[in-house]
Design a protein around this ligand. Sequence first.
Ligand SMILES: NC(=O)c1ccc[n+]([C@@H]2O[C@H](COP(=O)([O-])OP(=O)(O)OC[C@H]3O[C@@H](n4cnc5c(N)ncnc54)[C@H](OP(=O)(O)O)[C@@H]3O)[C@@H](O)[C@H]2O)c1
Length: 234
Amino acid sequence: MTTWGLIGSGKIGSAVARLAVAAGDDVVLSNSRGPETLADLVAEFGPHARAATPVEAAEAGDVVVVTIPLKAYRSVPVEPLVGKVVIDTNNYYAARDDHFPELDDGSTTSSELLQQHLPQSHVVKALNNINFLHLAELARPARSADRSALVIAGDDADAKARVTQLFDRLGYGTLDAGPLHEGRRFQPDTPAYGIPYFAPGADLSKVDAARGIMPPSSPTTAADLTAALAAFPA
Ligand SMILES: NC(=O)c1ccc[n+]([C@@H]2O[C@H](COP(=O)([O-])OP(=O)(O)OC[C@H]3O[C@@H](n4cnc5c(N)ncnc54)[C@H](OP(=O)(O)O)[C@@H]3O)[C@@H](O)[C@H]2O)c1
């Protein structure tokens, strides 16, 4: 059994935690306001869940998911994450996160910023390009004909292998997009961002993730993701 530490327990963090609990794993949830504000979620998840501070969640997790607004990434505790696999779901939206010049000019990526902040952790970019509703809907047991894949990127092969095992437990296959820098291929405004999981023919003009207006989901294979990554202009 794995203990997942969640730094951030909002839409995507709680969706990940729900899948982990369904797989029989333990989750330690945290947010910015304090463990008491997570009581309802903990009650919903049952005995496999508890709430804590971000430092405690980082300490407790065998794997830790950082799933907060990017602008807060420097608040992620460093020391308790030394040597650990850290899954980074974060996306950069300048309107929400304020401007990061090094992201605006494309010289680095949001996950590489987190890796710089956590130099002794093994950051794997994942779960950032699937809406939380679709993540919940598309999970399937192993060997299901309509199982979907999740794309990952990271600089440590062992960390990516571990994440692949964990995602299998959550109900997903995995596609390795390469080193962390290749996360640029599935960041916001790329062909691989969200769209592969939309039902075919979805009217993209009506999508409004902030207001929860999303098209129906559609199972998405590793081959589908490979094609979307390849459509990113080099
Ligand atoms: N929504 C999606 O479908 C989706 C999908 C993929 C990736 N993402 C990305 O994943 C990240 C999280 O998105 P979300 O939609 O889950 O956001 P959200 O619903 O707004 O939740 C954000 C969570 O982060 C917590 N948080 C904020 N600052 C924190 C800090 N300094 N330390 C610890 N926790 C902190 C918040 O806690 P408080 O409420 O207590 O402040 C909340 O639990 C974003 O970067 C987003 O772009 C989102």
